[in-house]
Design a protein around this ligand. Structure first.
Ligand SMILES: Nc1ncnc2c1ncn2[C@@H]1O[C@H](COP(=O)(O)OP(=O)(O)OP(=O)(O)O)[C@@H](O)[C@H]1O
Ligand SMILES: [Mg+2]
Ligand SMILES: [Mg+2]
Length: 491
């Protein structure tokens, strides 16, 4: 049995988050009554002419810059001709041989050996990104079909990867990274359930070691990232089984059903469309100069993996924290705001409070338990987290008390110092002579621990802290206890 390698290229369609459509002022939208977001241009009534939406061009140029594409100095519009009711014009305005973005790459991370271990990174090269208009939506009933043109004319970009992915897992990682970049760049919300991001997967297999590409099968209607992963893995198995049993792979488009996990042929190569592309005579080519690019480059956010590398370098933050923070831009911004206030040396406890405690409360929806709050609705601000960490680090708040303070602060939005004061949770500044007396007593009563510590067993000091804390009824400042014990033990 030969060993096969899978080769996968993805075509990803992303709706741009513009207020109006690609070639007319009609607003874009989802969930409105059918055929209300239309006008003569959307409906292709005689005499209607397209006018380009600058915001859509801005968005695709920004996307291209974020992904390291070359922005073509000149690009043009072409008509992709086909006859189907989802397009009243009988063609779709797209870009054929002169797309706006060329090259570039999507950086991906594969799963690590464990959840808390960083996985391998790869750069998946892009072929191109072009701009086109979305089409309408057909709903087929038993005896008739209905068409809704609300979606028609929505700015849509198509991101085409090189055939450089090799498994469903890699495709999953690619789509995750791409979606995060587009969401963080405010280019699209990429909600796959609303069709704002859609993916076609082209899949072939070849014997390991071969450099030629095999015959590709295109999978359509993959409407979640998990379905893409499952659909690809299913198709790879199907192709291998077919070749192993002496069959041949035919170039075709298949439909994958994420619910049943089965696929069926939609059309084969013989039935493929001939789109008769030609330049659209109603639209001028687009020239993108340096100033336009520079203006958009200034708006590009740091990509998640770049931010993660900076978090490692600047804050020595562990992977378990960075891998949660960087995928959520508002959360990572919140973290950095708190760090700015409390100092980089406190980044780790700040990260812990945010990733563990704040996120848990957000998921639970706060004290009311309504479930699912967003960061913008939360009353705890970064300065509160910074202050809380400072109180703990200075020894004024013990960790159990800090948890109580956090819960109350989350509920009321009061500052941690105010909450701690009000509830009498602050550690009392110990009288120095009293503290020293407690420490001397603890050393005298725990000769073994004291001797072990003096002999170099660092952890033995913990056996002495307990009695001191007990004597102080939990109010002593642990930092001061530690310092006093060390001074006495050294003397
Ligand atoms: N043999 C192959 N095996 C796997 N992937 C392939 C193979 N050949 C091409 N691809 C991938 O298929 C995709 C082709 O997309 P492209 O939009 O260029 O053409 P298309 O699918 O023919 O056109 P359309 O947009 O009409 O679907 C790319 O992502 C490319 O990497
Ligand atoms: Mg394509
Ligand atoms: Mg295709």
């Amino acid at each position: 049995m030969a060993n096969y390698e899978a080769v996968i290229g993805l075509e990803v369609h992303v709706q741009l988050r513009t207020r109006s459509k690609m070639f007319t002022r009609v607003p874009t939208g989802y969930g409105q009554p059918e055929n209300t977001l239309t006008d003569p241009t959307v409906l292709a009534l005689p005499g209607a002419l397209p006018v380009m939406n600058r915001a859509a061009l801005d968005a695709i140029i920004k996307a291209g810059l974020m992904l390291g594409c070359e922005i073509a100095p000149v690009c043009k519009w072409d008509r992709k001709n086909y006859f189907y009711p989802d397009s009243p014009k009988n063609y779709q305005i797209s870009q054929y041989d002169q797309p706006i973005c060329l090259g570039g790459a999507v950086e991906i991370e594969l799963p690590g050996s464990a959840r808390n271990v960083m996985g391998e990174h790869k750069h998946i090269p892009l072929t191109r990104i072009h701009l086109e208009e979305d089409v309408g939506k057909c709903t087929h009933g038993a005896s008739d079909s209905l068409v809704d043109y609300n979606r028609a004319g929505t700015p849509l970009m198509e991101i085409v990867s090189e055939p450089a992915l090799h498994s469903g897992e890699e495709a999953y990682a690619y789509l995750t990274a791409l979606r995060a970049a587009m969401v963080q760049g405010d280019i699209s919300e990429c909600d796959m359930e609303k069709g704002q991001m859609r993916c076609d997967a082209n899949i072939s297999i070849r014997p390991v070691g071969s450099t030629e590409l095999g015959t590709k099968v295109e999978l359509k209607n993959l409407n979640s990232i998990s379905y893409v992963r499952a659909g690809i893995d299913h198709e790879i198995k199907r192709q291998i089984a077919l070749l192993e049993s002496g069959g041949v792979i035919v170039q075709e488009t298949r439909d994958y059903d994420g619910l049943t996990g089965a696929s069926q042929s939609l059309r084969t190569k013989e039935m493929a469309h001939d789109y008769r592309y030609f330049p659209d005579p109603d639209l001028m080519p687009v020239r993108v100069d340096e100033a336009w690019k520079a203006r958009l480059r200034a708006t590009c956010p740091e990509l998640p993996f770049d931010r993660q590398r900076r978090f490692f370098a600047d804050y020595a933050l562990p992977y378990t924290l960075t891998s949660v923070l960087v995928w959520d831009k508002p959360l990572a911004d919140y973290f950095e705001e708190a760090v700015k206030l409390a100092g980089a040396q406190r980044a780790q406890p700040i990260g812990n409070w945010i990733v563990n405690d704040l996120l848990r409360e957000l998921k639970a929806g706060g004290a009311g338990g309504a479930g699912g709050l967003s960061l913008s609705e939360v009353r705890v601000r970064p300065e509160h987290i910074a202050e809380l960490v400072e109180l703990v680090e200075s020894g004024k708040l013990l960790s159990q008390a800090a948890k109580e303070v956090f819960a109350e602060m989350f509920a009321t939005g009061e500052s941690p110092a105010v909450v701690a004061e009000k509830r009498g949770l602050l550690a009392e500044p110990a009288d120095a002579s009293e503290l020293e007396a407690w420490c001397r007593a603890a050393i005298a009563e725990n000769e073994k621990a004291a001797a072990e510590f003096r002999a170099g067993k660092e952890s033995a000091i913990n056996g002495l802290k307990g009695p001191v804390m007990k004597a102080s009824r939990g109010k002593a400042n642990p930092k001061e206890v530690d310092a006093t014990l060390r001074r006495l033990l050294a003397g």
